[in-house]
Design a protein around this ligand. Structure first.
Ligand SMILES: [Zn+2]
Length: 333
């Protein structure tokens, strides 16, 4: 609930909701959509504080009164939060919620409920909630939060006002990671691979992350020099680091950034480049089309992760195809 570090978009959304609170114009149900870590829950709690705050000013909560503090501590009887129980939100959880709200107001008539990861509602839970949204009893505001709105039943969607929370701008994410103590270079890589601070920190916490960054870059540099040792590196160094699906995705994402870097350097957009040590100079003149094809090729490989192809085979194919695409002297200028 910290006030600092709000993005422009987050500030604007708060202003918008403060106005609605002040004018008593909140609708019954909102769906906050956006990737993990963009502040969906913080916004919902902030609006809830605005509703209950004892010293609210123009819809803006004081953040210090008893009501504000209890909401921040998730300990307010009229602000009920539902999180998935295991993998899903079950019908019993929604029934509990409804029971809470049919009890005449514990402390006031106002009620707020917040459903996190709303896409995880079972069909039973969603249908139960739907009835509730159709005939809300009393003064209820619902916040459904989701990073995957495509998985929410259309009937639920149609009952909610959709509010999209945009992802953090890359530079801002990078700055925030640096403030959290992550080195500048790593912060730049992470900001290009994820959409939020928690997602970046989670990625960085992967014990294979550092070695994968180092080895993938090493492998890529061999590929652009057409060094056949690239194949050995795949087998002897890279593969042992790739223990599961997360590492497979991570590795291909890094290859993607490296291939994109070459293209960016070629186009003279050097300020966007992530891995500055990997230089297009090594390549000499290569046609733009080939650099674009290389990026597309890596993208296509990411999709083939879905099917059951050995990752070593994927990397070996990539090594061959990229060596072919990155053939110097093919540029016509
Ligand atoms: Zn307050």
């Amino acid at each position: 609930m910290a006030e600092q570090n709000l993005t422009t978009a987050q500030t604007q959304l708060r202003q918008h909701f403060a106005q609605l609170v002040a004018q008593n114009k909140l609708v019954h149900a909102y769906l906050f959509a956006g990737p993990q870590g963009v502040g969906k829950k913080a916004l919902a709690l902030w609006v809830a504080q605005g509703i209950f705050c004892e010293a609210v000013q123009a819809g803006i909560p004081c953040g210090r009164c008893n009501e504000c503090r209890r909401i921040a501590e998730h300990n307010h009887p009229d602000v009920v939060e539902i999180v998935p129980d295991g993998l899903s939100i079950k019908v019993d959880q929604i029934r509990f919620l409804k029971a809470e709200f049919t009890k005449s107001g514990v402390e006031s008539r106002r009620k707020v409920f917040i459903i996190q990861e709303a896409e995880r509602m079972t069909n039973g839970a969603a249908n139960s909630l739907l009835k509730f949204l159709e005939e809300p009893s009393g003064d209820v505001t619902a916040f459904l939060l989701s990073a995957n709105t495509s998985q929410i039943l259309p009937t639920i969607l149609s009952r909610c006002q959709l509010i999209e929370l945009p992802r953090l701008p890359k530079e801002q994410l990078q700055q925030q990671l640096i403030q959290n103590g992550i080195g500048a270079k790593q912060a730049r890589i992470l900001a290009n691979m994820t959409e939020s601070v928690p997602a970046a920190e989670q990625l960085q916490a992967n014990e294979h992350f550092d070695s994968l960054v180092k080895l993938t870059q090493q492998w890529f540099n061999m590929v652009i020099r057409h060094d056949p040792m690239a194949f050995v590196l795949v087998q002897s160094k890279l593969m042992p680091e790739i223990v599961g699906r997360d590492e497979r995705e991570l590795c291909l994402q890094l290859v993607m950034l490296l291939a994109r870097d070459l293209l960016l350097q070629h186009l003279g957009q050097d300020e966007e480049v992530v891995f500055t040590e990997t230089s297009i100079e090594t390549l000499g003149t290569v046609e733009t089309a080939r650099l674009v094809t290389a990026v597309e090729l890596v993208l296509k490989q990411s999709r083939s992760l879905m099917v059951n192809v050995s990752f070593q085979t994927i990397l070996e194919k990539l090594t061959l195809r990229l060596m072919d695409l990155y053939t110097p002297g093919t540029g016509s200028r």
